[in-house]
Design a protein around this ligand. Structure first.
Ligand SMILES: *Cc1c(COP(=O)(O)O)cnc(C)c1O
Length: 433
């Protein structure tokens, strides 16, 4: 992995500058929050050509907004992608990309180690659209090949899974998807483009919950779909949304008209227009600010997480720690291959004291906040079996790495010694119980 996607500016330079220039009206150096719903047309012809997708410009903020556009360009640049679509949340991004690719009767293959909310979205809620999902163990990419059907539209994995620390062999999954003429979608939320750039390994589409490390301060919901622009949508007849005439735009064909921007244009002109899961300009502004320090923060998150994971692994109250940065992890080699700068800062810990110890630990921690979130500057903790993974039965909880004895940590950017001291006193309380 290189720090200079495309031989252009380096990662930290793009993180500060990509997509933004001084405001043409005022010279404002920070990107303004364009808190507007609509944009005045030059004249009637201009309005008509905007609505026909013949001219690029702003119409209505459900589709596009200048603050949101800066963020889209910035994250596309950080991932070395062709274009991006910002959404109201990470789940909205997953909805939007599925909506383009899927239709009633369509099928998707996904990792069974996805974030718990994604498992529920894919297997339960998407069923109501007539979309079928098969969940498989990401440790066996070849298994996915066996389960591809004629109606399968994509493979969906997480580069670094929240919270199990499972690292997917992205290149192997890309080969399997491409053999079948379908795209590989990678949720890159936990790794961020600072640690891992899935497009360099053959992925076609990236999704993010920008709610996590990209905004980074636990203050803005958001999601992103990033397109590599490299997938050939016309190689088969599996993706009619992009390759067949669109009645809502006078029979325009997105792939023919927009080429490697087809998915990006479709995502705004149809996806955001009709599903309406748009990112608010205020949230885009906060996320733009977050992106500027992404590399600095993630480096510190990773350094702290490794120190904490090493401390926990040696602790007598602990069964195991799922951090792929530990030499004992079965994902250590994949970590070295796909994200050598660090293994992220979200992982789980199994406590010998089981369910009760998990609850005690969460209650005894003082510096850590007990919240259902990750990727904040602050250290966070949660006991998945009693909260985020409550809807799953115990078998599914264990399969997704969130059994009753498991606590999830998201290590912040405080001083590592203070984080460890807090865990030390709380583990003592949990052991006494
Ligand atoms: C949080 C999260 C999501 C969902 O994102 P929201 O912004 O909460 O909708 C998806 N994938 C991963 C890996 C996540 O951590």
């Amino acid at each position: 992995m290189t720090d200079r996607p495309n031989q252009g500016p380096g990662f930290h330079t793009l993180a500060v500058h990509a997509g933004a220039s001084p405001d043409p009206a005022t010279g404002a150096r920070a990107t303004p929050i364009y808190q507007t719903t609509a944009y005045v047309f030059d004249d009637a012809d201009h309005a008509a050509s905007l609505f026909n997708l013949q001219t690029y410009g702003y119409i209505y903020s459900r589709l596009t907004n200048p603050t949101v556009s800066v963020l889209e360009e910035r994250i596309a640049a950080l991932e070395d992608g062709k274009g991006a679509i910002a959404t109201a949340s990470g789940h909205a991004a997953q909805m939007l990309i599925s909506f383009v690719l899927m239709q009633p009767g369509a099928h998707i293959l996904a990792s069974n180690k996805l974030y718990g909310g994604s498992l529920t979205q894919f297997t339960n809620t998407f069923k109501k659209f007539g979309w079928d999902a098969t969940l498989l163990d990401p440790d066996n990419p070849a298994d996915f090949r066996q389960h591809i059907r004629p109606e399968t539209k994509a493979i969906f994995i997480e580069s670094l899974a929240n919270p199990t620390g499972v690292i997917a062999d992205i290149a192997a999954f890309a080969d399997i998807a491409h053999e079948a003429g379908i795209p590989l979608i990678v949720d890159n939320t936990s790794a961020t483009p600072y640690l891992c750039r899935p497009f360099e390994w053959g992925a076609d589409i990236i999704t993010h919950s920008t709610t996590k490390f990209l905004s980074g301060h636990g203050n803005a919901m958001g999601g992103m779909v990033v397109d590599s622009g490299k997938f050939d949508w016309g190689q088969n007849d599996k993706f009619p949304s992009l390759t067949r005439p669109e009645p809502a735009y006078h029979g325009l064909t997105f792939y023919e008209t927009f080429g490697d921007l087809a998915l990006t244009v479709h995502g705004h002109a149809i996806g955001l227009r009709d599903l309406g899961a748009t990112m608010a300009p205020m949230n885009a502004y906060l996320t733009i600010t977050g992106c500027e320090t992404l590399g600095l923060r993630v480096a510190k998150h990773c350094e702290n997480a490794l120190a904490v994971a090493q401390y926990l692994e040696a602790h007598p109250a602990v069964n195991w720690v799922s951090y792929p940065g530990l030499k004992s992890s079965k994902y250590y080699d994949l970590h070295q291959k796909y994200m050598p700068k660090g293994a992220g800062s979200v992982f789980s810990v199994s406590l010998k004291g089981g369910y009760e110890a998990g609850l005690k630990l969460v209650d005894a921690l003082e510096l850590f906040s007990h919240v259902a979130n990750i990727g904040d500057t602050r250290s966070l903790v949660i006991h998945p079996a009693s909260t985020t993974h409550r809807q799953l039965d115990e078998k599914a909880q264990i399969a997704s790495g969130a059994g009753p004895d498991v606590v999830r940590l998201s290590i912040g950017i405080e001083d590592a010694a203070d984080i460890i001291a807090d865990l030390d006193q709380a583990l003592a309380v949990a052991m006494r119980a």
